[in-house]
Design a protein around this ligand. Structure first.
Ligand SMILES: *Cc1c(COP(=O)(O)O)cnc(C)c1O
Length: 403
């Protein structure tokens, strides 16, 4: 068999996933058929939220959530600088102003204590978008309390965290997506995420009002339900556009894949967790590589395996490491270039030094391959290659090898 290149993430598609999509193709409904609602029902049941709305991708889900929450010009939205661009861009899409709060050193998630300070200092803050970085749940109880005290909207960006859970202070286990301490939770079904529909996204909520708005905004802001019409005419073809919405629908074909993948989610997460502990074990002898620590009361979805490497101390270059690893078929990645350092965000007034913990994390971070199909042997080979390549890329070879 040809040796597969190893990348930081990839999908798991099995024979029954293929069958499910083929069956949907033959069903006569390519989009907006029964599988959309079935996938939504099952996502709601899995996460423990009352409602789920699926849409075309995670970015669209964030946009819909910001719009449904009524965010707009004059509103400030706080998120983490250590995230994918979309978490912050969603605020811009609705005319609001994104701003950032630095990360905590232990979890790499937005620091609730810093959020509280910023919210107190800045009355224009109207919403929080905490990101469950790498799949590790944020401190939702604290964030939820801060938000309640000031009437802030909370939209969890759980694009890394479908399948993760955490235990609250009363001992209740909360699935990420239950939206127990937020207004809405957003997911992505991009191929590298916990489960995939090719492209796809979803929002979960416990609010009927937000649910109705999300459904309407997904389809051009239209309403058909006679109870909600502004001008009920009793005409069979009648519908109203009540707000400016979009075509952010997900097709039946994609929902067929989603329903099939959702059945495997817990198995996928369990395998990711096994790989995470394997990496921790294999790398525990090497103090210049720090693996993520397991956090009590939080069960990560292990979307990423971010390690931090002391490149400075080793006299090694991350660029050399990437090039040498890629030459042997192992493609690493870095998550993330802090959003505020992007040229577009610098144009909005952000600058280096604004969020030093996220910036330091970025300087050291490398994402090792982690996905359900990665074998123990492959993970072992990644570690071996990493260690020998680091020794090679290091000007201080004795230092690297002696430890
Ligand atoms: C993947 C991702 C998104 C966007 O999802 P898409 O489906 O690619 O649009 C948003 N936020 C985070 C944190 C992500 O990882």
């Amino acid at each position: 068999m040809e040796k597969r290149a190893i990348s930081y993430g990839r999908q798991t598609i099995e024979a029954d996933d293929v069958e499910a999509v083929v069956k949907a193709l033959g069903s006569g409904m390519l989009t907006q058929g029964p599988l959309v609602e079935e996938f939504e029902r099952k996502l709601a049941a899995y996460t423990g939220a009352k409602y789920a709305v699926v849409c075309s991708n995670g970015t669209a889900a964030l946009h819909l959530a910001c719009k449904a929450a009524g965010l707009g010009p004059g509103d400030k939205v706080l998120t983490s600088p250590l995230t994918f661009l979309a978490s912050a861009n969603a605020a811009l899409y609705v005319g609001a102003r994104p701003d950032f709060v630095d990360i905590e050193s232990e979890t790499f998630n937005i620091d609730p204590a810093e959020v509280e300070k910023k919210v107190k200092a800045c009355p224009s803050v109207k919403a929080l978008i905490p990101v469950h970085f790498a799949g590790l749940p944020c401190g939702m109880e604290t964030l939820g309390r801060i938000a309640r005290e000031r009437n802030l909207i909370v939209i969890e960006d759980a694009c890394h965290a479908l399948g993760a859970s955490w235990t609250d202070s009363k001992g209740t286990v909360r699935k990420v997506g239950s939206s127990s301490h937020s207004d809405m939770t957003v997911f992505s079904f991009h191929p590298v995420k916990s489960i995939t529909t090719g492209e796809g996204g979803a929002i979960t909520t416990n609010s009927r009002k937000l649910y109705d708005r999300l459904l309407s905004l997904r389809t051009h802001g239209t309403v058909k339900d006679s109870a909600r019409l502004f001008n009920p005419e009793g005409l069979p073809w009648y519908y109203e556009m009540q707000d400016l919405g979009f075509n952010y629908r997900l097709t039946d074909l994609q929902c067929a894949l989603g329903v099939s993948q959702l059945k495997k989610l817990d198995r996928f997460i369990a395998r990711r967790a096994e790989l995470a502990s394997l990496y921790s074990r294999l790398l525990s002898k090497y103090p210049f590589i720090k693996t993520p620590e397991v956090q009590p009361g939080r069960d990560s979805a292990w979307h990423l395996l971010p390690v931090r490497i002391d490149f400075g101390g080793l006299g090694a270059s991350r660029k050399d490491l990437f090039e040498l690893m890629s030459a042997i078929g192992i493609n690493l990645q870095v998550h993330y270039i802090p959003v505020h350092l992007q040229p577009y965000y610098r144009g909005l007034g952000f600058k280096p030094g604004d969020f030093p913990k996220a910036e330091k994390f970025y300087e050291e971070e490398v994402s090792l391959p982690i996905y359900p199909l990665l074998s123990d042997e492959e993970a072992g080979a990644v570690v071996e290659a990493l260690l020998s390549t680091l020794a090679c890329a290091s000007s201080n070879r004795r230092g690297a090898l002696a430890i």
